[in-house]
Design a protein around this ligand. Structure first.
Ligand code: NAP
Length: 449
């Protein structure tokens, strides 16, 4: 249920009301939001990770609106998306995100607003600016925006070359409160980007976190710096970050070798133009024995399979499954090549044979999300029609926990969008002619929904 004021705001946005009208519509006192609660922190004690069900902890509640401070903006997300970090929050793994909110609370008066008994989650949004706080210059009420989920204050010198190095760097909606899975979200003005004109709300909302992460890992200056002709092994190539990694490699003149776990996923990638695909399930690849020790014969079989497909070892390995694949990633990477990693979905304690790394002069590069400039550049590629959303399905806000469960159980592909203010899919497009030119690419992942 939304309040009358919130309904009026959504209607005005859908009618295309201008910023002046929107800026004067009264805000409601409370709103719908997807939250986890501090009191639930221990509900999964003793439950194995795979058996934890996000619907026990992630629910939609009526909560007060976020406050607005200097340099901040209130937006009405018309859509958001499920990211793996919302799965982590709902499972209280690897740590409870209330620890992040408490730390933020200790840092400053403004940070203290985030330390609440509930955590409004969500690190993506596409919507409209409702209110701009003092000092906001680039965006105003009525602007259609997507959100870059990097929250920094840049008061120290460390982050001024790369804001991901800022000591206060946080992921909005994961390490901060007031995320995108809510009727009203609070962001810093330097998190906003113009929404690509040819996309619907849910498509635009599905891009931000995963696309910018992949951009930094492969394209930007700060991680693997792929060049034309590079062979790039991509794990989970039809998943959130993997589906963008695949597009960036194709778009940048690289040669992707894509790992997936079903023929349907392989087919969609083939349709995107990928030539070299390994179905890890069909080909039975398991790299660790029962004690978690890498199986050298299996690593060799995987390396041979890649050579058979593409005739070379990968220049870059796009790594994120972690424990279960890391030894293979280090092994198959070419002499002098780069393993770029941003996650450890299957476990963060990795066991691999270090001789394969040092004797062949390979590099492991850690990468985390992306700075504003990297995110802006990635967003620009979408607006130019060179990179496309990989939305496979959407769910209404009320079904957010089921949607998170699908991602947790790896029963999804690409991205799952969440409708917040938008009553149905397909709304928010402002350039229909441009959309028509890219309709087939935008729809590609839909068959996996
Ligand atoms: P996702 O949509 O679930 O996709 C991950 C894909 O990886 C899955 O679809 C699956 O594809 C594959 N996979 C999962 N477990 C695997 C395993 N044990 N072995 C081999 N492949 C496996 O998730 P995502 O959004 O892409 O995120 C992936 C990870 O990156 C998560 O841990 C997330 O938290 C992290 N992440 C980190 C950052 C950062 O800034 N540091 C940003 C975004 C995401 P197949 O089953 O088809 O092989």
């Amino acid at each position: 249920m939304t309040t009358a004021n919130m309904d009026a705001i959504h209607e005005a946005i859908l009618d295309g009301a201008d910023g002046e009208v929107l800026g004067e519509l009264p805000l409601p006192a409370t709103m719908r939001a997807a939250v986890v609660r501090r009191e639930d922190e221990d509900v999964f004690a003793g439950v194995p990770s795979a058996e934890k069900d996000p619907s026990r902890t992630l629910r939609v509640e009526e909560v007060p609106l976020p406050p607005l401070g200097a340099g901040e903006v209130l937006i009405a997300p018309m859509a958001s998306a499920i990211n793996y970090n919302t799965v982590w929050t709902s499972l209280f793994e690897p740590v409870s995100t209330f620890r992040f909110l408490e730390r933020y609370g200790r840092q400053s008066q403004l940070g203290a607003r985030h330390d609440l008994p509930y955590h409004i989650v969500g690190s993506d949004a596409a919507g409209v600016v409702l209110r701009a706080g003092p000092g906001v210059t680039r965006f105003k009420p009525g602007d259609a925006v997507t959100v870059h989920c990097n929250d920094v204050d840049l008061q120290g010198p460390e982050g001024h070359e790369d804001s991901m190095l800022d000591a206060s760097q946080r992921i909005w909606g994961f390490e901060t409160n007031f995320g995108g899975l809510a009727d009203v979200s609070m962001v810093k003005a330097n998190q906003l980007m113009p929404m690509p004109t040819h996309l619907a709300w849910e498509e635009a909302a599905s891009l931000g976190l995963v696309m910018a992460t992949s951009y930094r890992m492969l394209v930007g200056e700060n991680a693997a710096r792929m060049k034309q002709g590079d062979v790039v092994l991509i794990w989970g190539a039809s998943g959130g970050i993997g589906s963008f990694a695949t597009q960036f490699v194709l778009n940048g003149g690289g040669i992707p070798v894509c790992v997936v776990s079903s023929p349907q996923k392989a087919e969609v990638l083939r349709d995107l133009g990928v030539e070299h695909i390994i179905d890890r399930r069909a080909e039975g690849f398991t790299f660790l024995d029962d004690d978690g020790v890498p199986d050298e014969a299996e690593l060799r079989r995987f390396g041979s399979r890649i050579r058979e497909l593409v005739g070379a070892d990968p220049d870059i390995v796009f790594e994120h499954p972690g424990r279960s694949t890391f030894a293979a990633s280090v092994f198959v990477c070419r002499r002098g090549g780069t393993i770029v990693t941003c996650a450890s979905t299957s476990g963060y304690l990795h066991l691999y044979d270090n001789r394969h790394l040092w004797m062949r002069l390979k590099r492991i590069v850690g990468s985390h999300f992306a700075n504003y400039h990297e995110a802006w550049e990635a967003n620009r590629l979408v607006d130019l029609g060179m990179i496309h959303p990989t939305l496979s399905a959407t769910r209404p806000l009320e079904e957010v926990a089921e949607a998170a469960g699908l991602v947790h159980r790896n029963e999804h592909a690409g991205k799952i969008g969440v409708l917040v203010g938008a009553p149905k899919e397909g709304l928010g497009v402002r350039d229909q002619a441009k959309r028509d030119r890219h309709a087939a690419e935008i729809a590609k992942f839909r068959e996996l929904g």
